[in-house]
Structures are given as structure tokens and as C-alpha cells.
Design a protein around this ligand. Sequence first.
Ligand code: GRF
Length: 198
Amino acid sequence: LTVAVLISGAGSNLRALLEAASDPAFPARIVVVGADREASGLAHAEEFGIPSFVVPWRGGDQRAEWGDELLAQLDVWQPDLVVLSGLMRLLPPAVVAAWSPRLVNTHPAYLPEFPGAHGVRDALAAGVTETGASVIVVDDGVDSGPILAQERVSVLPGDDEHSLHERIKPVERHLLIDVVRRIAIGELDLDLAAASTP
Ligand code: GRF
């Protein structure tokens, strides 16, 4: 299974995937890393000798054009699966239409709880004692697609957004790696998962 990973930030989840995929026994290969800016996480791709591309975000009124540039890049690489791992961008409908359900995303909350760009902050603000991590199929909504895997993560007294997010990320990583592995070996059927949403 060939995989493209899209990031916006530090790419710690990307790094975990790169490390997992560097094991010859792992059934998936990361063939390209993309970003919507000169994300620091692109350094991980370079370290692992994986090609990368940047489709710079040029503002909200350029969303459709940005999406077309992203589609053009993905057409070059023709991955079997696109993984959003810290891409802080809502994909334009044309991208979702072209790639879902071979398009999965990690989210640092127990969806459908706390969707959106501030899931960790929102969980803290809500005062919950546990939140979680989720891997979903990307659909046209915001973190609203079929859930492929999720796991609870405790919120500890004294947690701030950073400490809680750092506790969530390792859980996200192992969920993501396991979902990619299960898709690669045919144990997880994305068409079935996407079709089964109410
Ligand atoms: C991850 O928690 C991801 O789910 C969220 O942003 C974070 C990205 O972290 N969208 P990193 O860039 O992988 O370190």
C-alpha cells in the first residue's frame, strides 16, 4: 500500500509513521509527504529520504485553487491512501470527492466529541476527565466521517493544552499506524467503512 501523508506542523505523528514504515515487514510505504506551508515536519521526510511537496496556502479565497494544486500533486504520486496527520486545513470538496474514502485523518479527541481545530483546548474547557484520539475517514464535514479507530485518554488535574496534547499524540500514533496496517492487509475496508455511516 502506498501512502501520502499531509502535514502542517511538527509532524511528530508523521515521524512515527515513517519509523513504522521503515520496517520492511510493515505492509505500507510512505511515498510522499505534502504540506500547506514550509512545515517543520518536512525535515522528517528528508531524514527518511522521502520526497515532499508544498502547496502554499494563500488565503481563504484561494481555497479552490489550493485544492486543485493539491489534486495535481496527488495525481503525480498516485498513492493508494492519503493520510492527514496534523494538516490544519479543511480540504475543499473537490479533494474529498476525488480521494475519499482513501483519505483518513487523525484527530486529538474522542469524536464525535470536540471536533474542529481546537479539540484538545475544547476538551479542557469542557472540564471532562477523559478525552481521546480518533482516526476517521475524511468526508465533507469537519471531523464528521466514519470512525475507524479511537481510544480514550485521561485528562489529568493540572493539564494544560500542551501536556494533554502530548499525552494524546502517542495514542493517535499507534491508532494511525494500526489503521494503515489494517488497510494495507485488507483487514479494514474503507469502502465498507464509508458505506456504513448512517
Ligand atoms: C495531531 O494531534 C493531529 O491530530 C492534530 O494536530 C496534531 C499534529 O501534531 N490535527 P504533529 O504535527 O503530528 O506533531
